[in-house]
Design a protein around this ligand. Structure first.
Ligand code: C2E
Ligand code: MG
Ligand code: MG
Length: 842
């Protein structure tokens, strides 16, 4: 039914004005007009208005009485007249015909004037039913056998029978066996000529035109229209008359189909309309209520529609957005290349999606996930773009927050183990290329558990946060400080040119972490122990380096805490032996295995004996004489150093008193101190006690401290101690001077009267030509130190004088004193020389 032009107005079907006559026109005259013009109906009008209609069918009612033909048509017409405005849609007219069972309808204009008559035939035949007609054969209509009557039957009888049986035609059979036909139309024609009398055979049209049953209805219709007929005989398969095909039968038949299809089509159309309306409403609701911003633009980007979410996300109201270009949202964060790629994808694929930074009305920049699709009409021409977007700034922030949480420690904000390891890997890769060193430090707080346990975790957490900040500030921005958890921190120090800097950094960390902390009302002191491993010296991979630093940290802890240790392979392997040594050392003192040897110092200029240094030895039953380097560190780590140091001091003082009593004037007796020993609380008391118990005058005693002790323990303690010692007349010397980082300026503030210049300086002074450059440098250093010491009023002792040339050099630069194998080796007390024979000999 797609050919049906259902929206056609019935006015358009009219071929011309209707056949019309006045009400007083005789029936016969009206019949003549219809017959002549071959119209099936005539409209009776009065003053231009239709008042009735007379049709072919009405003609059958005309009686035998010829006078009836002379009566005015007004008596024969049907009324009132059904009329439809010309603007009535064809579909509405067709349905009305069907519903009311009418075959004719007057078409009137807006003012009620008749424009023409529309018949059912018009409605059906005008509407492209050809396809139906072509598909059906004449036989398929199943035309009934017509009423066949004898040719001698009177015309009036025939008309009566047609009317009674509502036939529009009947077939006449002649004595010869052939057929004729009488139709309603013939009746009108006969009425017009006043010839309704006589036999039907004489009035019928003869012969009856016929078609084969196998012809299509389309052909039949063509035939009927062409011959302006409405009936045609149907010849069956056997060649005899099988029925009478009445155009109205065809129409009736296809009309049912037509109406059925029409109704289906209308219903479908209505349903589709309803559905599409519903869809539209639904789509509308979705757009209006979705949380995603929606913006529809034309092809130039001019905004034609936005939804409430658009306003919420961008800050622009509908009024502000409509008519503006979509680029009002541009943030400027994306360059032209970004937009040209976007447009390319839109044109090629019809859509684009991705993340884009846009600008809100208030200027704020936000990240949105955007999908743009082109919208095309049914012909495929694109007419609009639809942009749908969601603000994902929050989501992105959440993602970043999550990844931050995954890589950072929540309490201190420092990188965690995962991130530290990652950075370490990267750093090692860089170091491999640059050839520089990398240090990994493992820092653990000493006795931190105690703070948590006694002051609560709140204080503990605050302390950790303070320490994290201090560590961060103590290193360069390029270095990494991480918290592994608990009180464990790690540091990654890159680009190390000189390994000594690592020690300096560690020293700095000890100082900054160890500084007093105010937490609430509390004053807190926390010290760290630091283990250090070096790339590439110790290991090449991150895991190994971390493990080694960890191990070194434990060694630092073992060594008394609050200090640092490097990891070194030999250290690890000797660890076992040290444990054995340590346990043996515990018994050494009681077993009397500890002894003192003595080494004198002489005046360089005069060769006079001015000092004797006491040097401890361990007379080990199996190992023989063990030098102090091998057991003093162990004693320091195990706190054995306190009783050991006390014993040495007592023994040295005792020996010195004995020498004095013997009349041997050795000058002063010098005793070495270790850091742990002199930081011990009772140290000052101990010194005073020993001096008084042995009866040695304080002025006969010199105490030697290594440089680092004097320098790092700058927390008031050592300085105050030294002042106390000096106040008692005890001489103080800095041992191994030049190996640490002491400054003269600082030394000046200490009550130190003697510097013992480390023997490494003298070693190169008289070196072979190959090392001449070093020799020259060392000479100038020694010269400078001596000069500076002299200006400060400090005595300089050169250690490790082994050759006459070294001694000669010392004499040359005016160094005060000398000590060394050349002059006298360390020896038991009974072997002390009373004067410097060698020197005099040289
Ligand atoms: P130090 O105080 O610098 O002692 C001087 C060291 O240099 C001694 O080694 C001595 O034997 C050595 N020496 C002296 N002249 C020469 C020389 O011409 N050439 C060479 N190559 N070496 C020379 P020693 O006795 O092995 O002592 C080593 C270190 O052990 C001492 O260095 C000192 O720091 C420490 N020490 C020794 N006795 C004690 C002690 O009773 N207590 C403490 N805390 N440390 C001690
Ligand atoms: Mg010494
Ligand atoms: Mg020394």
């Amino acid at each position: 039914m797609q050919h049906l032009t259902l929206d056609l107005e019935i006015g358009q079907l009219l071929s011309g004005p209707p056949l019309a006559c006045g009400p007083d026109v005789p029936v016969r005259e009206a019949a003549r007009m219809m017959s002549e013009r071959r119209y099936s109906a005539i409209v009776i009008t009065e003053m231009g208005r239709p008042i009735g209609i007379w049709t072919e069918h009405d003609a059958l009612a005309l009686g035998e009485d010829a006078a009836a033909l002379s009566l005015p048509i007004r008596h024969a017409m049907s009324h009132p007249v059904r009329a439809l405005p010309a603007s009535t849609r064809l579909r509405d007219a067709a349905l009305r015909f069907k519903r009311e069972g009418i075959r004719h309808c007057l078409v009137v204009d807006g003012s009620g004037r008749s424009l023409g008559i529309v018949t059912q035939t018009d409605l059906v035949m005008n509407q492209g039913l050809e396809c139906f007609l072509r598909l059906k054969t004449v036989g398929s209509v199943n035309a009934a056998m017509p009423l066949v009557i004898d040719a001698r039957t009177p015309m009036h009888d025939a008309m009566q029978r047609m009317r009674a049986r509502r036939l529009s035609a009947l077939v006449v059979i002649y004595p010869e066996g052939d057929y004729g036909i009488v139709t309603e139309r013939d009746v009108v024609r006969l009425a017009a000529s006043g010839a309704l009398d006589g036999t039907v055979g004489a009035r019928a049209s003869r012969p009856l035109r016929s078609l084969s049953h196998s012809q299509s209805l389309y052909a039949a219709r063509q035939y009927l229209v062409e011959h302006r007929m409405r009936h045609v005989g149907v010849i069956g398969e056997d060649g005899s008359l099988a029925g009478l095909l009445d155009l109205s039968h065809i129409l009736h038949d296809i009309e049912d189909e037509f109406v059925r299809e029409l109704q289906t089509a209308l219903r479908e159309r209505d349903d589709a309309l309803l559905a599409s309306r519903a869809n539209l409403r639904l789509a509308d609701q979705v757009v209006e209520s979705t949380l995603d911003g929606v913006m529809i633009t034309d092809l130039d980007g001019t905004i034609e529609r936005v939804n409430p979410a658009f306003t919420r996300l961008t800050g622009y109201t509908e009024q502000e957005a409509l008519g503006r270009n979509a680029n009002l949202l541009n943030s400027g964060r994306q360059g032209p290349a970004f937009y040209s790629a976007l447009w390319r994808s839109l044109r090629q694929d019809g859509h684009w999606k991705g993340e884009i930074w846009n600008r809100r009305k208030d200027g704020a920049i936000y990240l949105e996930y955007l999908t743009i699709s082109s919208i095309c009409d049914p012909s495929g021409r694109c007419t609009h773009y639809a942009a749908i977007f969601a603000d994902i700034t929050q989501r992105r922030q959440n993602e970043e927050r999550l990844s931050y949480l995954a890589t950072h420690d929540a309490l201190t904000g420092l990188p965690n183990r995962a991130l530290f390891t990652e950075r370490l890997s990267l750093s090692l890769a860089r170091a491999r290329r640059s050839g520089k060193r990398v240090a990994v430090m493992f820092l653990d707080l000493d006795r931190f558990k105690l703070i948590n346990d006694t002051m609560g975790h709140g204080v503990g957490d605050e302390a950790l946060t303070v320490i994290a900040t201090r560590l961060r500030e103590a290193v360069r921005d390029t270095d990494t400080v991480a918290r592994l958890g608990g009180d464990e921190f790690t540091l990654l120090i890159e680009d190390i040119e000189d390994i000594r800097h690592v020690g300096q950094i560690a020293q700095g960390l000890l100082a900054c972490v160890g500084a007093a902390m105010h937490i609430g009302e509390q004053l807190l002191f926390v010290t760290p122990s630091i283990g250090i491993s070096m790339y590439p010296d110790d290991a090449h991979d991150p895991r190994q380096l971390l493990m080694q630093a960890d191990r070194a940290m434990y060694e630092a802890k073992d060594a008394g805490k609050n200090n640092f240790r490097f990891f070194a392979a030999p250290m690890t392997s000797s660890a076992m032996e040290r444990i054995v040594l340590e346990s043996e050392l515990h018994h050494a003192l009681e077993a009397g295995e500890i002894v003192l040897h003595y080494q004198p110092e002489f005046d360089v200029a005069s060769g006079a004996l001015l000092n004797i240094e006491a040097l401890v030895r361990w007379q080990h039953p199996r190992r023989g004489l063990v030098p102090p380097d091998q057991f003093i560190p162990i004693a320091e780590e195990s706190s054995l150093i306190v009783p050991l140091g006390a014993w040495v001091l007592r023994e040295a003082c005792r020996q010195a008193r004995e020498w004095l009593d013997e009349g041997f004037d050795f000058g002063r007796i010098s005793v070495n101190l270790s850091a742990r020993q002199c930081m011990h609380d009772g140290f000052l008391h101990q010194v005073t006690t020993i001096l008084s118990e042995t009866g040695l005058p304080a002025t006969r005693l010199q105490l030697e401290l290594v440089e680092s002790m004097a320098m790092t323990s700058g927390r008031g303690g050592i300085e105050a101690l030294l002042q106390e010692l000096a106040a008692r007349g005890i001489s103080l010397a800095i041992d191994d001077f030049g190996t640490g980082y002491s400054s003269f300026k600082y030394l000046q503030s200490l009550p130190v009267d003697t510097l013992k210049l480390d023997r490494s300086f003298l070693a190169d002074v008289a070196a072979p030509p190959r090392l001449m450059q070093n020799a020259a440098r060392d000479r100038s250093i020694v010269r400078a130190i001596v000069a500076m010491a002299r200006s400060l009023g400090v005595t300089v002792v050169a250690e490790g004088v082994e050759t006459p040339r070294q001694l000669e050099f010392l004499r040359e630069i005016g160094c005060d004193r000398a000590q060394g194998f050349l002059l006298a080796r360390p020896a038991p007390p009974e072997l002390m020389p009373r004067a410097l024979e060698v020197c005099e000999a040289g």
